[in-house]
Design a protein around this ligand. Structure first.
Ligand SMILES: [Zn+2]
Length: 395
């Protein structure tokens, strides 16, 4: 091979410049091609976006701010982001509305029918993904940070949640929360990969201020949109569902001298046990239902440590506690629902704290939660109390 062409290039700078320009054009064309290939991964994908709550159901409320309004606004922005990437976007609601059946805004069947309508929209439209947008609230004003939930048994939901959460963390680098399995009705029932994105705490002054700004809402919408795009790039064929069976570790069994009550930590990301001394002379005389009743009354009274946060509204009264064949049925007054501060994460903590505090008692393996005598209501609108709970998530 002759080396003359190389010498020619070196000797004649205009040829060199020409080649560089050609190279730039070539690389440019290549990256353009690449971009359009990425966009096509989203083309014709049907994404159902579900702005949580709405209408008669405000969701979490804090100092005049309603969760439903933030959910809707960010969802509308997310819809535009995904449409610009080529997706077909369907919102379960585009205005301030709910899906309650007439006359059933509260009580046993209300929330189930409401949530089922949202899921049906996704099913009937053959959605590839279902994204439910919510905001958190918590009595501890320090709690902050976006969260992403998936169904425990969905590998695709987990992959999607982890990718979205990674993008959200880029918007909020000090967010230490991770994508995690959540036992919420809407992601339990949806047939396609689905996530709940909690865009932040309206009870945290700093995050509340951010959530009120348009720029921040756009950043959040862009991040979720980027997560969806990345998901389809990473898994063009989808993710194989392999039904992992890992459950959540339950509470330790009661010791001889103490039992534990479970409360939320300050960050609303884990349950923390607090010991109570057992008065043996009293305890041994109690039957199982009375023991369960005693533990539950103390749980409602709340933690002794100021570092822990109650999981149940302190106005709640215990209407009855019965036990049969290992199943404890606890009937709470409707205050547990009406005075609940709102937020999916707090609701998850409330239910887990009840189950964990109950199932540590030898002889109790599962729990049913009634609200004002009714089975199937909901404390905060994300988890339906229409089943028997044990320490296994999603069972
Ligand atoms: Zn919510």
């Amino acid at each position: 091979m002759s080396i003359r062409p190389i010498i020619l290039i070196i000797c004649k700078p205009w040829i060199l410049a020409g080649i560089i320009i050609l190279l730039i054009l070539f690389i440019g064309a290549g990256s353009l091609k690449l971009t359009s290939a990425f966009s096509s991964s989203l083309k014709d994908k049907v994404i159902v976006i579900d702005p949580g709550h709405g209408g008669a159901d405000p969701g979490a409320q804090n100092s005049g701010l309603k969760e439903k309004e933030i959910n809707l606004d960010i969802s509308l922005r997310l819809g535009k982001v995904l449409e610009s990437k080529g997706c077909k976007v369907i919102l379960t609601r585009e205005v301030d509305r709910d899906f309650f059946l007439p006359g059933f805004v509260k009580g046993r069947m209300a929330k189930r029918a409401e949530l089922n309508t949202r899921i049906k929209i996704a099913t009937e439209n053959n959605a590839d993904l279902f994204i439910s947008v919510h905001a958190n609230s918590f009595p501890q004003r320090n709690s902050y940070g976006m969260e992403t939930y998936y169904h425990l048994k969905s590998a695709a939901g987990k992959a999607l949640a982890e990718i979205i959460h990674e993008k959200l963390t880029q918007v909020q680098p000090d967010n230490k929360r991770i994508a995690k399995a959540g036992d919420y009705y809407i992601i339990n029932q949806a047939e396609m990969p689905s996530v709940i994105v909690e865009v932040g705490f309206i009870s945290n002054p700093r995050e509340r201020k951010l959530l009120l700004s348009e720029d921040y809402r756009n950043l959040v919408a862009d991040a979720i949109g980027a997560g969806v795009e990345h998901y389809f790039q990473a898994f063009p064929q989808g993710v194989q569902e392999n039904s992992p069976t890992a459950g959540q570790e339950g509470p330790p069994t009661i010791s001889e001298n103490t039992y534990k009550l479970y409360f939320s930590n300050e960050n609303l990301d884990s349950l923390v046990p607090e010991d109570r001394q057992i008065n043996k002379s009293v305890w041994t005389k109690l039957n199982l239902s009375q023991k369960a009743s005693l533990v539950m009354s103390e749980l409602i009274q709340g933690p002794l440590s100021s570092k822990l946060t109650p999981t149940i509204a302190p106005t709640t009264r215990l209407l009855s506690v019965t036990t049969q064949n290992g199943l404890a049925t606890i009937d709470f007054s409707k205050d547990i629902r009406d005075d609940f501060p709102g937020g999916a994460s707090g609701e998850d903590m409330a239910i887990k704290s009840i189950i964990w505090s109950m199932t540590q008692i030898p002889g109790i393996t599962s729990v049913r939660i009634l609200v004002n005598g009714e089975f199937g209501d909901s404390i905060g609108g994300h988890i339906l109390l229409d089943r028997t709970f044990s320490t296994q998530l999603g069972v």
